[in-house]
Design a protein around this ligand. Structure first.
Ligand SMILES: [Zn+2]
Ligand SMILES: [Zn+2]
Length: 392
């Protein structure tokens, strides 16, 4: 099969095959660190394309290396492979065959685009340098990128620059965003356990009410963003769970609050944690209760370096790719590619995949990756490789 036509266009055979891969992956989703079938599939394809294949980083991670010419210049392209614990309701013919698991974030599309790009790049004659196609497990909060790095990703496969994209249904098809600086926020998860003394609900003065303290604390946490963080800095504090009590006539001895915080600037992240600990201690203390806090900083902010981001924008706007490059604000969502960008300069971009009709957002049980975006993503990766690792 010819992957790239003489005129530089991607062949229709390759693009049809990429759609078939994508739908097969969609039908067989696997969650964090259990992407065994996906990993086998990726490794088999990369081997067929003639790439050197390395397996096992992060458990199911796969790296396909394409080396041409004599230049030491090296870039990495990362695609995430995991699905989500969601029961699919898309009604698609290629809907998930695994109960309670689905590709609701479009990582099936990311894998198919990176594979097709590897296939196309393997057929190019003008490359001079190295491309590592990095297939990563467990992007959805479980820390697959962190684990691949800890197990030696960039020691074994050093990269001058690293790139990743995410399909973005909120933006129209044919557009993309690659900002200088922040794209996605830093994420922490917090758990606050409040301990008091349980007692009969009719004699509340005989105990100390952990539930009442928790209610006051949830309200007070909203003062962090509104009163302790510079209004010109973006941040979020969201309490999302509160658990306590088991009977209508018992004042509970314990109550737990769980939630998430988001920020871009590290000093803001520090401020949020400091204020949360101070409020929890003071408010629980005021109600004669004690607190135990676990504050887990999951990922830093996803920050693009300006030269790689500029390269992505110029490649995206070039005739070979023909995307409209938009300038929209960053998202308060998070992304574990952030840890790769802490290790190696690079760019994370959003590829617009929005349809005018039936559009469902990422993580919706009705979501299905928009296959019309596949040729755009593949063309973008191929053009980026050509622009970064070629004799020209
Ligand atoms: Zn997701
Ligand atoms: Zn995702």
């Amino acid at each position: 099969m010819i992957a790239v036509e003489r005129n530089g266009q991607l062949s229709s055979d390759l693009l049809a095959e990429a759609v078939a891969w994508r739908r097969d992956l969609h039908q067989h989703p696997e969650i964090a660190f259990k992407e065994h079938r996906t990993s086998d599939f990726v490794a088999r394809q990369l081997t067929q394309f003639g790439l050197q294949v390395h397996r096992g980083l992060g458990g199911t991670g796969v790296v396909g290396t394409l080396r041409r010419g004599t230049s030491r210049r090296t870039i990495g392209i990362r695609a995430d492979m995991d699905a989500l614990p969601i029961e699919e309701q898309s009604g698609a013919r290629h809907a998930s065959s695994a109960r309670g698991i689905m590709h609701a974030c479009g990582h099936d599309g990311h894998v198919a685009m990176a594979l097709a790009a590897a296939r196309a790049c393997a057929g190019l004659s003008d490359l001079d340098g190295t491309v590592h196609f990095i297939f990563q497990p467990a992007e959805e909060g479980a820390g697959g990128a962190t684990r691949m790095i800890a197990e030696g990703l960039f020691r074994t496969f050093p990269c001058d620059e690293i790139y990743a994209l995410h399909n973005w249904p909120a933006l129209p098809l044919g557009t993309c965003v690659a900002r200088d600086g922040a794209m996605m926020a830093a994420i922490a998860e917090f758990d606050i356990e409040i301990s008091g003394r349980g007692c009969h609900a009719a004699m509340p003065h005989q105990g100390s009410d952990a539930l009442l303290a928790a209610c006051h604390l949830v309200s007070s946490l909203q003062s962090i963003v509104s009163r302790s963080v510079d209004p010109l800095q973006s941040s979020v504090v969201s309490a999302t769970q509160i658990h306590g009590g088991q009977a209508f006539n018992v004042i509970p001895a314990r109550c737990a609050i769980n939630g998430t915080t988001r920020w871009f600037d590290d000093a803001v992240g520090d401020r949020i944690e400091t204020r949360m600990r101070a409020l929890a201690d003071a408010i629980a203390g005021g109600f004669d209760c004690e607190t135990r806090i676990s504050y887990d900083r999951r990922f830093p902010a996803t920050i693009n370096a300006s030269a790689p981001a500029g390269l992505v924008r110029s490649v995206a706007a070039s005739a070979a790719v023909n995307l409209s490059v938009l300038d929209v604000p960053p998202s308060m969502g998070g992304e574990d590619f952030a840890v790769m960008l802490k290790a190696v300069p690079g760019c994370y971009l959003w590829l617009g995949t929005g349809r005018s009709d039936s559009d469902y957002g990422l993580h919706s049980p009705r979501f299905d990756f928009n296959d019309d975006a596949l040729p755009l993503g593949v063309a973008l990766w191929v053009a980026l490789v050509r622009a970064s690792v070629s004799r020209a």
